[in-house]
Design a protein. Sequence first.
Length: 419
Amino acid sequence: MTQDYTDSGSIQRTFVQTAQAALPELDQWSQITKAEVDMVADMTRRNELSGGTPVVRDFEQRWAAWIGSRFAVTVMNGTSALYSAYFGLGVGPGDEVICPVNTWICTIAPAMLLGAKPVFCDVDPESLLIDPDDARRRITPNTRCIVPVHLWGNVCDMDAALALGREQGIPILEDCSHAHGAKYKGRMCGSLGAAGCWSFQGSKPISAGEGGILTTDDVDLFERACLVGQVNRIAGIDLVGAKYAELQPLGLGMKFRAHPLGIGIASAQLDKLEELNRRRGAYIAEVEAGLKDIPGLRPCRVYDGAERGGFYGFPVLHDPDVMGKSTEAFVAAAAALGLNLGRKRYPNLHELPLFQKGFDLFTRNRGPLCPENGYTGYKPGDFPKAELAAERALFLPELSDPVANAAGVILETLQTAAG
């Protein structure tokens, strides 16, 4: 969608929306507005184009205060936020990192590139989120970190995840890439574990085009995260202690710094997040309430105390036995009525050749995925709950500012398709 606005007496057109609504005629939301355009123009005039500019520092301080964490540092994307967090936790060769098998590959890829072995666990097929009991079964003496992913803006059972971490002495790292503004029992997601990481990629609820951020209360984790990716900016991030002072300002010579213009855009979008979450949440709640009248469709489970946010996707669960129609037939019937239902938006990671066969990551038979080093890989059937969830989960249109009765239109179409 686009938006017209008047500037100095002329009509100008803002950017085309990155994340296109599945049914644009039902959605009035404009992702990019005059606020973002003005921010970029003003920053460009001030030459705020590199490093820890005033806008960047203000955003980091604002984000940390909002999340309720002591520290925050921006990076160039969510993947580098996770890389920085893993490095901050000391993840490295010989370690293992546990994450759910149904997440985006960028959750685990940074750990691999630090030399750690990816270890997948199954999910709760009703919530699509990490199964802490299965994660427990995957723990070994080499487990260095467990990563619950607040997938699609839903919130993991953090009581169970944090209890597991405390019991085993293993840090919990929250991947909040889909869950901007989500909460668990009154606390912001990202403030519950050792660190939280968010993506500001173009289609996320808060976009920087490309960008990300990491938060933590842990001084050493934060300072190590800065060392690994904030070259020439470290001294200006207010490092707390003297432990790494001799390495300032170059750190380890790596640059994961966010582009200031992107953070300027994210700053403008943070102002709108509460309203975005309110509108998305109200629409989703209305559709979910109406599913009770459509046998064979039900909402995903939301854990007690969880408050969804971001709403990066809108999955529901299809039961072909209850509906009396196969998932394929139901999807085809909906498509014939003009409603395209998404399926398998993320592949289960154990089904990718990379994790089935392994890969000589660092060449010469080195690295955590090397069969010559004992990597045995995964195969279909290893994660039956995640595989069932992938077959049953359907993604409804995610509307950010729905027109009147948009939920009713969606529900009527689903009812007709169910037959």
